[in-house]
Design a protein around this ligand. Structure first.
Ligand code: ZN
Length: 63
């Protein structure tokens, strides 16, 4: 198993959905624009990960 340096890396999760709704502001996001929180192990983005727009992601999790 690979480890990273503990950075939180925003990733785009591609699923079959055409769009996501930001969990912060409720804005509709295309899959391309959706950011998902990745925890420190960076193992996987689970289905429990909530989508955020870039702005809300930064507010919630920082850079
Ligand atoms: Zn938002």
């Amino acid at each position: 198993m690979r480890k990273n340096n503990g950075y939180m890396i925003p990733k785009v999760k591609r699923k079959t959905a055409d769009s996501y709704v930001c969990s912060g502001c409720g804005k509709t996001l295309s899959p391309r624009d959706a950011f998902f929180y990745v925890d420190s192990c960076n193992c996987a983005i689970t289905d429990n990960s909530k989508p955020f727009c870039r702005e809300c992601y930064r507010i919630k999790y920082g850079e």
